[in-house]
Design a protein around this ligand. Structure first.
Ligand code: CP
Ligand code: NVA
Length: 303
C-alpha cells in the first residue's frame, strides 16, 4: 500500500526516527559530493495554494539532487483554481507523477488528495500541520544535542500549524513539551487530546511564557498571523503582545538553549532582532535541514 506524509500524528516514533536517520545520511552524502540519485526518472508535482520560499525551493532542489524532477503547480494556474475537484486532480496527477506535495488551507483537502491519489502525498503545510518543517526542526535539535529524548522543547506564541506539529513530533520523540499561548489561541483540540494521553514525557500548556520556558533546551516561535490571517493581523498584534522570545525569556531557558524559527520571521513581533541574530546560525541550519529531511521523506515514500 502507498504511504503518505499528511501529519505527524499518523507516524510512529520509529518512523519519525527512520526519516531523521535517512536525512542525516543524505546530508552527509550531499556534503561529501557522493551521488545519491535514488529517485532517478521520477517526478514530484508540487501544488501551491499559498506562498512559499523554503518549501518550494527545498523540494525542487531536493528532487534535482535525487535525480528526479519537480513541477511547481500554482493553484491559480491549475484548473483547480477554476473549480476542478481535488478528487479528479489527484487521479490525473497520479497518472503523470510519482508523488504529490501540496500546500493549502484545510487539512481535509490534503486528506482528500491522498484518498484519491494512487501515489504518495506529502503535506507541505496546512492550517493544521507543518510536518516537513517539524521533521527538519527535530533533525536540527538532534544535530545540536546528539539526542531528542529527555530534552525540553518550549513553543511560544500562536497555537497554529507549527505548534500542533511540534507538540506531536516532540512528544513522539520523547521530548518534554511546554507551550505558552494566549487563552484564545490554543493549539488544536485533537492535538491537546493526543498530548493528554501521551505517556513517557511531560506536556504543559499555559499562558505564562516564563513558566513554559523555564529550563528549556529549545525555544521555538512562529508568526502571530499565519498565511490566510492577514485580516486579523492588528487584532493579533494586541493579543500576542508579550508572547515574544527576547533576551529575558532566553535567560529563563537552559544555559545552552537554542532558538528555532521556521521562517519567515517578523522581527520585533514574535522574536527580537538581537535574539534572532544571536541564534542565526542554528535558525539557518534549520532552514537548510528542510532540504535533507524532505529528501529523506521522498526517498522513503517514493523510492
Ligand atoms: N518555513 C516554511 O515553510 O517556509 P516557506 O513558507 O517559505 O515555505
Ligand atoms: N504559521 C505559518 C508558518 C509559515 C511557514 C503560516 O502558516 O503562515
Amino acid at each position: 500500500m502507498k504511504k503518505d506524509l499528511l501529519k505527524l500524528m499518523d507516524l510512529s516514533r520509529e518512523e519519525i526516527l527512520k526519516i531523521l536517520d535517512t536525512a542525516d545520511e543524505l546530508k552527509q552524502k550531499q556534503k561529501n559530493n557522493i551521488p545519491h540519485e535514488l529517485l532517478r526518472g521520477k517526478a514530484l508535482g508540487m501544488i501551491f495554494q499559498k506562498s512559499s520560499t523554503r518549501t518550494r525551493v527545498s523540494f525542487e532542489v531536493g528532487m534535482f539532487q535525487l535525480g528526479g524532477h519537480a513541477l511547481f503547480l500554482s493553484t491559480s494556474d491549475l484548473q483547480m483554481g477554476r473549480g476542478e475537484s481535488i478528487k479528479d486532480t489527484a487521479r490525473v496527477l497520479s497518472r503523470y507523477c510519482d508523488g504529490i506535495m501540496i500546500r493549502t488551507y484545510g487539512q481535509y483537502e490534503v486528506e482528500e488528495l491522498a484518498k484519491y491519489a494512487s501515489v504518495p502525498v506529502i503535506n507541505g503545510l496546512t492550517d493544521f500541520a507543518h510536518p516537513c518543517q517539524v521533521l527538519a526542526d527535530l533533525m536540527t535539535v538532534r544535530e545540536r544535542f546528539g539526542r531528542l529524548e529527555g530534552l525540553k522543547l518550549c513553543y511560544i506564541g500562536d497555537g497554529n500549524n507549527m505548534a500542533n506539529s511540534l507538540i506531536v513530533g516532540g512528544l513522539k520523540c520523547g521530548m518534554h513539551v511546554s507551550v505558552a499561548t494566549p487563552p484564545d489561541y490554543k493549539p488544536d483540540s485533537k492535538v491537546l487530546e493526543f498530548a493528554k494521553n501521551h505517556k513517557g514525557s511531560d506536556f504543559l500548556l499555559t499562558d505564562d511564557i516564563f513558566e513554559a520556558a523555564r529550563g528549556a533546551d529549545v525555544l521555538v516561535t512562529d508568526v502571530w498571523a499565519s498565511m490566510g490571517q492577514e485580516g486579523e493581523a492588528e487584532k493579533r498584534r494586541l493579543a500576542f503582545a508579550g508572547y515574544r522570545i527576547d533576551k529575558a525569556l532566553l535567560k529563563t531557558a537552559g544555559k545552552n538553549a537554542i532558538v528555532l524559527h521556521c521562517l519567515p520571521a517578523h522581527k520585533g513581533e514574535e522574536i527580537t532582532e538581537d535574539v534572532f541574530e544571536e541564534q542565526a546560525q542554528v535558525i539557518f541550519d534549520e532552514a537548510e535541514n528542510r532540504l535533507h529531511a524532505q529528501k529523506a521523506v521522498m526517498v522513503l515514500l517514493m523510492g
